[in-house]
Design a binder for this molecule. Structure first.
Ligand SMILES: [Zn+2]
Length: 462
């Protein structure tokens, strides 16, 4: 069996880092969570503390300091719910927390559970007590696992430092494993400088580009059926609604498995001293989504951008030369004018963007848009779709064209009732063959014949 590559995108929220607090007199206060407005400060403070080498012990879920991290009075605020005092910390504790407090250890419950769910069973003591779920049976089943910790925001609310801290904890955890295990696991942070309460899918293009790069490596190595060997997971238990919906929209076309921890809000019902299973992630396939996903122009990669621009030009040029639609001509029976669209009486325009790998028409690797149109002659075998026409034309111009050179396909129906036109069965089969080796291939469509709003076909399964 060929081994799988997994990309896991974990959104960092303020449920992600807990601090074990003590008073200056070494009395234990307990586990607390910083308020959102203290997140940036605490993230940086903990990161500095770790970098100064104050580390005495770590286990799979927590990390203890050799010397306490001192938080001066009033510097960091902790969660407290005035309406239901017992929800998080008691009134007495709240008052203690107004003074100087000390952090002795830190705990990252959510990310730990996600990390655990992607580790081979044979490395875990508690394996027997856990459901197997999608966890790989052995290390052989894994080619590579890459975690992206995503954060957004600037200023006091930025969890960027926390992401770095969590990266550190996870890397320490992997250091205990054999070399063969370590070399397959990677973790990195991806930060977006936008208010997490206003983030748009377009701002996650950088992250998507990294995911495409991982998928392309799988396609490069394994060729056909890369899709079966590449799996994307979205871990979105916490964070702003905007961030969660931006992540879901950006990656919908990848049919991710969504990992959520339902009880993420009931934090601290399990701690390192009281481990429980409340944080076990649930998994849900997103492949059932079959709506088209709306894209903003800033969300497009270069090939898609070019396909759309060229398609708009192609539409202008076509309408300028042929101002009457076949459907309108039908009543008048102008046979010659409807000849090429006689079957469906509907015109479809297409642009395929290819990479000129050998520099046939300019510098090597230039992106070249190629136009296509459907031709539907009234014969049993008379239908040639716009997509296949454009791909055939591309092959005429670039005889050394390979599947992996086909990067984007944009399709526009000039018939309003066929808005967001998807590839027909025959074209879908062609494009599925292309996608076997070209993970970044996008199938783009439009909301109306005006070619304004852009949509992408979700769930890369064409
Ligand atoms: Zn077709």
């Amino acid at each position: 069996m060929k081994a799988q590559t997994r990309c896991i995108i974990h959104n960092i929220g303020h449920h992600d880092l807990f601090l074990e607090l003590y008073t200056p007199e070494h009395q234990r206060i307990g586990w607390c969570r910083p308020l959102s407005k203290s997140i940036a400060w605490i993230g940086e403070a903990v990161l500095n503390h770790i970098q100064q080498g104050s580390l005495s012990y770590h286990d799979p879920s927590s990390l203890c300091f050799e010397h306490d991290l001192v938080i001066p009075a009033g510097q960091c605020r902790f969660e407290y719910n005035e309406q239901s005092r017992e929800t998080f910390i008691s009134r007495e504790t709240f008052e203690v927390l107004q003074g100087e407090v000390r952090v002795r250890s830190i705990y990252a419950p959510l990310v730990q559970e996600i990390v655990l769910s992607h580790e081979p069973i044979d490395h875990l003591e508690s394996a027997k007590s856990r459901k197997q779920g999608t966890r790989p049976q052995s290390l052989d089943a894994i080619e590579k696992v890459i975690f992206f910790l995503v954060t957004a925001g600037a200023g006091k609310n930025s969890p960027r430092g926390i992401a770095q801290v969590i990266k550190h904890i996870v890397e320490l955890r992997w250091q205990d494993y054999p070399q063969s295990h370590q070399s397959k696991y990677f973790i990195d942070c991806e930060h977006v400088h936008t208010d997490p309460h206003a983030i748009m899918p377009s701002q996650l293009l950088g992250l998507e580009t990294r995911v495409v790069a991982e998928a392309s490596q799988v396609a490069e190595k394994h060729g056909k059926h890369w899709r079966e060997l590449f799996k994307l997971y979205l871990s979105v238990s916490t964070g702003t609604t905007f961030m969660i919906s931006a992540l879901s929209l950006s990656f919908a076309e990848w049919s991710p498995v969504v990992q959520t921890i339902a009880s993420a809000r009931h934090i601290l019902s399990c701690t390192p001293e009281r481990p429980s299973r409340v944080y076990r992630p649930r998994e849900k396939e997103m492949s059932s989504i079959n709506e088209w996903v709306k894209l903003e122009s800033a969300q497009l990669d270069q090939a898609s951008d070019l396909a759309i621009d060229e398609l708009r030009d192609w539409r202008e040029a076509y309408l300028e030369q042929r101002q009457t639609r076949p459907a309108e001509l039908k009543a008048n029976q102008k046979d010659e004018e409807v000849f090429f669209h006689r079957k469906g009486l509907k015109e479809v325009l297409c642009v395929v963007v290819i990479k000129d790998r050998f520099g046939v028409e300019g510098p090597k690797n230039s992106l070249i848009p190629i136009r296509g149109i459907n031709a539907e002659v009234s014969l049993p075998t008379g239908t040639l779709c716009a997509e296949r026409n454009a791909i055939g034309t591309a092959l005429c111009r670039f005889p050394r064209l390979e599947r992996r050179d086909i990067l984007a396909v944009a399709v526009l129906s000039l018939e309003p009732s066929l808005a967001k036109l998807g590839p027909c069965g025959a074209c879908a089969e062609w494009l599925a063959k292309v996608q076997e080796v070209s993970p970044s291939l996008r199938i783009i469509s439009f909301a109306s014949p005006a070619a304004d709003e852009v949509f992408v076909k979700p769930a890369l399964h064409i």
